[in-house]
Design a protein around this ligand. Structure first.
Ligand SMILES: *[C@@H]1O[C@H](CO)[C@@H](O)[C@H](O)[C@H]1NC(C)=O
Ligand SMILES: *[C@@H]1O[C@H](CO)[C@@H](O)[C@H](O)[C@H]1NC(C)=O
Ligand SMILES: *[C@@H]1O[C@H](CO)[C@@H](O)[C@H](O)[C@H]1NC(C)=O
Ligand SMILES: *[C@@H]1O[C@H](CO)[C@@H](O)[C@H](O)[C@H]1NC(C)=O
Ligand SMILES: *[C@@H]1O[C@H](CO)[C@@H](O)[C@H](O)[C@H]1NC(C)=O
Ligand SMILES: *[C@@H]1O[C@H](CO)[C@@H](O)[C@H](O)[C@H]1NC(C)=O
Ligand SMILES: CC(=O)N[C@H]1CO[C@H](CO)[C@@H](O)[C@@H]1O
Length: 506
């Protein structure tokens, strides 16, 4: 740009230098330029697409040159130029020069104007430049301002977000606390329902107890009546006995006579026997050994423990029982024995009635036999126990009786003593016998099914010597085992048991 401007300025200076100098030949073109080049000095300047030619004026040559044109023609034909004509020509020439000069000047002016125009364009570009700069400045200012605004907006947005997040957190906390309250409510409701259940259970228990007490009262009343009956019968018997005694004493003398006669006959018999057969002896011993119970056997001189035949009630067939001839004076008829669990005690009512097992081992004589024995006279009951630690206590009842089958072999006990607990583990107020197929206990449940075996379950009572047999190591925490509560507690299963009876007056 600057280089171009420089060139333009140079061209302008050259032009000015020619303008200031006197000009003779304005036009230098065509074939005449070739002529003029011989005489005059030409200056040409090339500028872009335009070319400028500057002609320096020379007075002498100008005269000759003018001849072939305009004024020169006329003068040459008529006459050689005189002295009077020359100033007019000169004037004309000057006039044309002047005109040409003015034309040059005009051209120059237009040129300068064009130049000025380009300059103006340049300055206008500058202005545009400046304006765009200012515009840019304004733009940048606006941009910075908008940036600040957006920053502020961001801050505000962050604050709003913070507020909303805080609110959300608070909402969450609220919902959590409501959840907790709901849970607590639920828990309380369940507790209330539990309490209600407990209440209903307690009520049912109370009802059961009431019914039990009622039945007990009835039993006591019945027993009282029975006892009164017994007392009446006994007094009658006493009076009868008194009478008999009197007759007996009066008849004693007669009896003595009879005795003497009998002695005579006996002697006769002995003599017969000594001569006779052994058949007779056999019959005699057989007749002698028809015992009612082990006590009679003992009294007859049999003092070794073992299995004996006894004849109970109207039974024609003998019953095999184990007789304990050692314990506390002997004479005990054993009706229950557990030793090692070989015999299954999970039996029906009929089996418990008729008896099962082995008299020499584990055995249950049978409720019917025990009922028939204890009906004969007043019996005592002795319960012998052994735990797995070697302790062997006993329980003794002065009075023991089993009612008949119609009365579900009801148990009657009196006068407890012994070492297997300070209190009786058997209910003494007339508990009925129950088996898995005959539920006669004082519980809404079926004790015989729960605790197994057959027993005088109360509800369900403190003992069951006919429960499951558990071997050592497996015998604790067993509710359905062989239990005697006041000896080893409610869940200890014992090692061995014996239940045996003997007349109270033995
Ligand atoms: C200059 O010469 C050209 C031809 O070369 C011609 O056309 C023109 O009219 C002339 N101008 C003057 C002013 O003599
Ligand atoms: C263009 O701006 C410059 C400075 O930025 C200043 O000096 C100059 O005069 C301005 N020209 C025009 C034509 O505004
Ligand atoms: C909310 O702003 C407070 C200060 O104004 C700040 O302590 C807190 O951490 C912010 N919370 C969040 C979630 O940005
Ligand atoms: C005495 O005994 C005889 C038979 O031994 C009997 O017939 C008689 O009735 C008895 N006397 C009395 C008063 O019971
Ligand atoms: C058992 O009876 C026999 C005689 O029959 C006697 O010799 C023995 O001492 C008695 N034993 C006991 C323990 O009483
Ligand atoms: C259990 O005892 C009986 C009688 O003593 C006996 O015959 C039987 O063999 C014993 N059984 C076991 C398994 O010990
Ligand atoms: C003296 C001189 O050069 N005069 C010229 C001026 O310009 C005209 C035309 O423009 C020419 O005809 C003259 O010869």
């Amino acid at each position: 740009m600057r280089l171009v401007a420089h060139r333009q300025w140079l061209a302008l200076l050259l032009l000015l230098s020619e303008v200031s100098a006197p000009v003779c030949c304005g036009n230098g073109s065509g074939q005449r330029r070739g002529q003029g080049e011989r005489r005059r000095k030409l200056h040409r300047v090339q500028h872009g697409q335009c070319s400028y030619t500057f002609i320096l004026p020379e007075m002498d040559s100008c005269r000759t040159r003018m001849d072939p044109y305009k004024g020169g023609k006329v003068v040459q034909r008529d006459a050689p130029p005189g002295e009077g004509e020359w100033p007019t020509q000169r004037l004309q020439h000057l006039e044309t020069a002047m005109e040409n000069n003015t034309q040059w000047l005009q051209k120059l002016e237009t040129y300068i104007q064009e130049n000025m125009k380009s300059k103006v364009v340049h300055t206008q570009a500058n202005v545009v430049h400046n304006q765009t700069a200012t515009m840019l400045e304004i733009g940048t200012n606006l941009l910075t301002q908008t940036a600040e605004q957006t920053k502020k907006l961001n801050v505000v947005e962050a604050k709003v977000m913070n507020q909303t997040s805080r609110l959300e957190i608070q909402l969450l906390e609220h919902s959590l606390s409501t959840n907790k309250l709901e849970k607590e409510l639920l828990l309380q409701i369940t507790e209330i329902s539990k309490l209600r259940e407990k209440n209903s259970r307690l009520e049912s228990k109370v009802l059961v107890l009431e019914t039990q007490q009622r039945t007990e009262l009835e039993d006591i009343r019945e027993e009282k009546e029975r006892l009164q009956d017994l007392v009446g019968r006994q007094s009658a018997a006493i009076t009868a006995l008194e009478r008999q005694l009197r007759t007996a004493s009066s008849n004693s003398s007669a009896l003595q006579k009879q005795q003497q006669q009998l002695m005579k006959s006996i002697h006769a018999l002995i003599s017969l026997v000594s001569a006779g057969t052994g058949k007779h002896e056999c019959v005699q011993t057989h007749i002698e050994r028809k015992f009612r119970d082990c006590a009679e056997a003992y009294r007859s001189g049999l003092n070794t423990s073992g299995v004996y035949h006894i004849y109970v009630g109207d039974m024609m067939e003998p019953t095999k029982v184990f007789c304990d001839m050692e314990t506390s004076g002997g004479g005990w008829t054993v009706f229950q024995r557990r030793i090692n669990g070989t015999v299954d005690f999970q039996r029906s009512w009929k089996e418990y009635k008729m008896g099962f097992g082995d008299p020499d081992g584990e055995h249950w004589v049978g409720n019917e036999v025990v009922h028939l024995i204890t009906r004969q006279t007043q019996y005592s009951l002795r319960v012998e126990l052994k735990d797995w630690e070697g302790n062997a206590p006993y329980s003794l009842y002065d009075t023991f009786q089993l009612a008949n089958e119609k009365q579900q072999y009801r148990l009657l006990l009196r006068g407890y003593s012994g070492t297997a607990g300070q209190q009786s583990s058997l209910a003494s107020h007339g508990t009925s016998f129950s088996t898995r197929d005959s539920d006669n206990d004082n519980c809404l449940c079926k004790c015989a099914l729960m605790l197994t075996g057959g027993w005088w379950f109360d509800a369900c009572g403190l003992s069951n010597l006919n429960g499951m047999y558990y071997t050592v190591g497996h015998n604790i925490r067993k509710l359905n085992g062989i239990k005697w509560h006041h000896f080893r507690g409610p869940s200890y299963s014992l090692k061995s048991t014996t239940m045996m009876i003997r007349p109270t007056d033995f």
